[in-house]
Design a protein around this ligand. Structure first.
Ligand code: FMN
Length: 169
């Protein structure tokens, strides 16, 4: 079985997970690529596709790469700023899954929280008085909670996700 990890990462969170995923694949035949280097001609049976969350879905770079992945086994992984809500994670997963090519075999999605740049906190601070106080406080709290992610447990869970898939194929 040949494995490929393809990912997009703006600030490094998804890249961290991508590297962990690569190292968790026990097979010798494995490769990692940024999505910008992906051509669609790569020789791989299983592709792990990584995304950062952009407006509740994956970036267009990942959508475009998925379109080139015909008749492959595809596993998704990603990071997002929001944490603590399985419901929210499920909605992101659903949004990204919608971009999977029909002829692919879908193996599942691993998602975890990823820290956000300080500009996000500044944006929140400027929202004072414009959104309900409680809502804003929750957003700021989430910003601080995200700061340590992806953490060692996130990496461990990513490794488990890979092991479960590799065991089956
Ligand atoms: C333009 C932009 C849009 C974002 N949209 C969302 C979003 O809709 N939901 C979310 O949970 N996080 C969102 N985020 C946060 C990132 O997905 C998160 O910080 C992610 O871990 C970044 O991954 P990276 O370091 O691999 O780029 C957004 C970040 C940016 C810069």
């Amino acid at each position: 079985m040949k494995y490929l990890v393809v990912y997009d990462s703006k600030t490094g969170n998804t890249e961290k997970i991508a590297k962990e995923i690569l190292s968790a694949i026990p097979e010798a035949q494995k490769e990692i690529k940024k999505v910008s280097e992906f051509t669609g001609n790569e020789d791989a049976d299983v592709i792990f596709v990584g995304f950062w969350t952009n407006r509740s879905t994956c970036p267009m770079s990942v959508v475009n790469a998925l379109e080139l992945m015909t008749e492959k086994k595809i596993a998704l992984f990603g990071t997002c700023g929001m944490g603590g809500s399985e419901e929210y994670y499920d909605s992101i997963k659903k949004n990204v899954e919608a971009w999977l090519p029909e002829e692919c075999e879908y193996l599942g999605c691993y998602l975890c929280q990823g820290k956000m740049p300080e500009s996000v906190l500044h944006k929140y601070e400027q929202m004072e008085g414009k959104v309900p106080k409680e809502q804003l406080e929750a957003m700021i709290q989430n910003y601080h909670a995200a700061k340590t992610h992806p953490d060692s447990k996130d990496l461990l869970d990513a490794g488990k996700f890979v092991k479960d898939i590799v065991m089956k194929y």
